[in-house]
Design a protein. Structure first.
Lengths: 269, 255
């Protein structure tokens, strides 16, 4: 364990991973209960275009992905509102178009580079110090905003129409939640990759929701499960020479199975 | 009665309100008012615009024509939402997996109070407990909302709507899917809120029995306002006869 913590790249991965895991789990609880869990998957595909564009233009891919993800998230929101589309339809339109754009941009960039594969499958062990601070900063913004608007987010998630009728600025809060989701997806992308980031948002939250008896408990449990998945995932990846991203996702899935069975067991006994 | 006296008692006023969903007209030139102390039923066939009317009053929909005044202010500029309680038609469709307690659900109602950030924990607890007591659910405050029956959930939503001691309470078909006995208790509770707590109640219902037993005022809607007046006059009106003649939308209440 001491050897594990002596490596600078592992320390960076741990710091960034823990903060990003908490942000993902926090948002995940709201997204699942809003029946918007697939937005993470859709946005992740769209960020592929941002990363490819960043690599093509030699701009920090994370920053470019952030901009594209925020725009796409707001676009999905507006498409749902104005075009009367179901959420999953709007997500499918944006995500497939984003991924297609990413493939074209990556081809224009010359070829699918190693960097691009790192973003697709996750490469937290190569995270740079600047990216660690960016991840910690953005994750802190996500956590702070959720704490600040916790009760209002909970009300609009539970009963949107009544929340509107009680004078809560639901439209404004919806934009905040959408932007936070986009930011969180981009952060998670660095930890587990574009193809698995929705797992980090959805699985720990789904696990926490199995056992929680109130909303606060759901958020705390989900965050703990996400953090432990990242910590153990990095540890196993280091000692067993496994890919960190896949290990983190598989561990969070095992936690979900454990919580699921525990809940069923509780009911049975 | 002197006109200023009427105005002083008017909580909600609608002036020539019309509304369309795209090219489909739903409401046409609705003008009426709701006075303090009323127990008003809004009745009418499906598609008559009842829910739309309430959503316009609450500012959830914008009328294509006309104006809505709440406590003398245009709805667009009205901000004192703690004086208005609302229980929507969808309120009973609770996700049974949503991890929220009865106490948390009632506390949501406090968010419409501008003073919410300054309320002490004790003030919040007392408000929640008082509201739960008013609906007879004080022993369920720690229960998960998904574990309650439809009728009990409906009481919790009323508690949430009255937690700020509002002046007016809107209910959109509140007893859909609730058994007859529970309905009786529910409407008795509304009677008490109206008579003892002086809360003005506006109720959308299809149930003519409820209208006959509980309400004091009736507004009959079919895209236009067909009738608005006291319950006693309504029973002798053409609107009532027309309702009974085509009464497949109106359910008799069993007593």
């Amino acid at each position: 364990m001491e050897a594990f913590l002596n490596y600078g790249f592992l320390q960076r991965a741990l710091f960034a991973g823990i903060f990003v895991a908490v942000a993902c789990a926090l948002l995940g609880v709201f997204l699942i209960l809003r029946r918007d869990a697939m937005i993470g998957h859709g946005l992740a595909h769209i960020t592929f275009a941002g990363v490819a564009l960043g690599l093509l233009l030699n701009v920090i891919p994370l920053a470019m992905a952030l901009g594209i993800a925020v725009l796409a998230a707001l676009g999905i929101m507006k498409l749902k509102e104005k075009a009367g589309l179901h959420g999953d339809t709007a997500i499918a339109i944006f995500s497939s178009t984003g991924f297609a754009l990413g493939i074209i941009l990556a081809t224009l960039a010359g070829s699918f580079s190693v960097d691009l594969f790192g973003y697709l499958f996750g490469d937290i062990l190569t995270i740079q110090e600047s990216e660690v601070w960016l991840s910690i900063g953005l994750a802190a913004v996500v956590v702070f905003t959720v704490v600040l608007y916790y009760r209002k987010f909970m009300y609009m998630t539970f009963d949107l129409e009544s929340a509107k009728a009680s004078g809560i600025k639901v439209g404004y809060l919806d934009v905040i939640l959408t932007v936070l989701t986009a930011v969180t997806i981009v952060l998670g992308m660095k930890v587990v990759g574009i193809l698995m980031v929705s797992a980090l948002v959805v699985i720990p939250a789904a696990a926490g929701l199995q056992l929680a008896s109130n909303f606060k408990q759901a958020i705390i449990l989900s965050s703990i499960i996400a953090v432990i998945s990242v910590l153990l995932g990095l540890l196993f990846a280091f000692y067993l020479d496994l890919p960190a991203s896949g290990t983190i996702v598989i561990l969070s899935f095992l936690f979900f199975c454990f919580c699921f069975l525990l809940k069923r067991g509780k009911k049975f006994f | 009665m002197h006109s200023s006296a009427v105005e002083s008692k008017t909580l909600i006023a609608l002036n020539n309100v019309s509304f369309s969903y795209g090219s489909v007209r739903v409401l046409k030139d609705i003008t009426f008012f709701i006075r303090k102390g009323d127990f008003l039923a809004i009745i009418g066939p499906n598609g008559a615009g009842k829910t739309t009317l309430i959503k316009i009053i609450l500012g959830l929909l914008k009328p294509s024509h006309g104006e809505v005044l709440i406590l003398g202010k245009r709805v667009e500029t009205f901000s004192d939402w703690k004086k208005i309680g609302y229980v929507s038609q969808k309120a009973t469709h609770v996700d049974p997996l949503f991890p929220v307690s009865v106490r948390d659900v009632v506390a949501m109602g406090l968010l419409s109070n501008k003073k919410f950030p300054n309320l002490t924990k004790r003030e919040k607890v007392l408000s929640i407990e008082r509201a739960l007591k008013q609906v007879g659910m004080e022993n369920f405050k720690n229960w998960r909302i998904g574990r309650l029956s439809g009728g009990q959930q409906q009481r919790i939503f009323i508690a949430r709507a009255i937690v700020n001691q509002p002046q007016i309470l809107f209910l959109d078909e509140p007893t859909t899917g609730v058994d007859a006995e529970t309905q009786d208790h529910f409407y008795d509770m509304l009677d008490t809120l109206n008579s003892s707590e002086r809360i003005t109640i506006v109720l959308i219902t299809h149930d003519i029995g409820i209208v006959n037993k509980h309400v004091t005022q009736v507004a009959c809607l079919n895209q236009q306002l067909v009738y608005h007046g006291t319950h006693a006059e309504f029973c002798h009106s053409d609107a009532f006869k027309a309702m009974l003649a085509g009464g497949h939308h109106l359910v008799s209440h069993r007593h």
